[in-house]
Write a protein of this length. Structure first.
Lengths: 157, 122
């Protein structure tokens, strides 16, 4: 899998998703520890993997949610949905699992060569996405084609 | 009497957001956390339109759609899928099962209300 293409897809997906939520993101170094983390698995015929989203100090006022755990779970789901739609436009379809949320005083993400990480600073703390993409065999992403529908689209039958 | 819209989504954040928007627009809103609860409410309540997530535990949205639409008494009930996913294969499955639309999150409040009102005038 061409990691530069995956990198561009994930970075653009993170920035556009949180833009719609009114969360200003500044690229930053990650401390690697979080208070709440959502993880979603994905799998298809050609690839499998997982996506994580960790945060510290997300203000409830900022995100407009009563339940930070539910919010980060939904954000992880929407983020992986965006990424999956962009993979599909390049010929790689995946199905999403239901997100799982972990909450703790200090959840640590161990960096490794297989994880692509996207750390950002927000006005209230830190937010970091990471993705582990594991193709079953050597996988080439096709030329980008138009997505059948994209975020915000309403398609009536 | 106000028309009742059912939102089926495992995310309380989404249920809350949709409920606020549709209540303000003049609808009653019922909520379900997954397809099992959603199908049950559709059977028991006077629902005018359903907004249904796809990726949910217990019974996902497409399974709920197929279950509900397999019953003749719900043939006329408009069901719109509201999801993060936009793959043709899933959209085709929803259309074949009788869904009236596919909405990709996030959607603006104005767009949501306008879409609902196409099927159910407030």
């Amino acid at each position: 899998m061409q990691s530069k293409i995956v990198d561009a897809i994930v970075r653009e997906s993170v920035e556009s998703l949180f833009g719609t939520q009114g969360v200003a993101l500044t690229p930053a170094q990650s401390s690697g520890t979080f208070k709440v983390v959502a993880v979603v698995g994905f799998a298809g015929a050609r690839v499998r993997g997982s996506l994580g989203l960790g945060a510290t100090g997300i203000s409830e006022d900022l995100v407009g949610a009563d339940d930070i755990e539910d919010w980060i779970s939904e954000m992880a789901n929407q983020l992986l949905g965006r990424i999956g739609n962009r993979f599909a436009a390049r010929g790689v379809e995946v199905e999403l699992a239901v997100p799982m949320v972990l909450r703790g005083v200090e959840l640590r993400v161990e960096h490794s060569s297989v994880l692509l990480t996207y750390p950002f600073r927000t006005n209230d703390g830190e937010l970091c996405a990471w993705i582990d993409v594991r193709p079953f065999e050597r996988l080439e992403l096709a030329e980008h084609e138009a997505m059948p529908v994209s975020e915000g689209d309403v398609c009536l039958f | 009497m106000k028309k009742k819209i059912l939102i089926v989504d495992d995310s309380s954040t989404i249920r809350l957001q949709v409920t606020k928007v549709l209540t303000k627009a003049g609808f009653d809103v019922a909520q379900a956390e997954d397809g099992v609860e959603g199908a049950d409410l559709i059977d028991r309540d006077e629902i005018s339109l359903v907004l249904c997530d796809v990726n949910m535990p217990r019974m996902n949205g497409l399974s709920m759609l197929e279950h509900v639409k397999s019953q003749a008494r719900h043939a006329g009930l408009p069901i719109l899928m509201v999801t993060t996913e936009g793959q043709s294969r899933l959209i085709r499955r929803a259309k074949d099962a009788g869904a009236k639309g596919w909405i990709v999150k996030p959607i603006s409040a104005e767009q949501l209300v306008a879409t609902v009102q196409k099927f159910v005038p407030a």
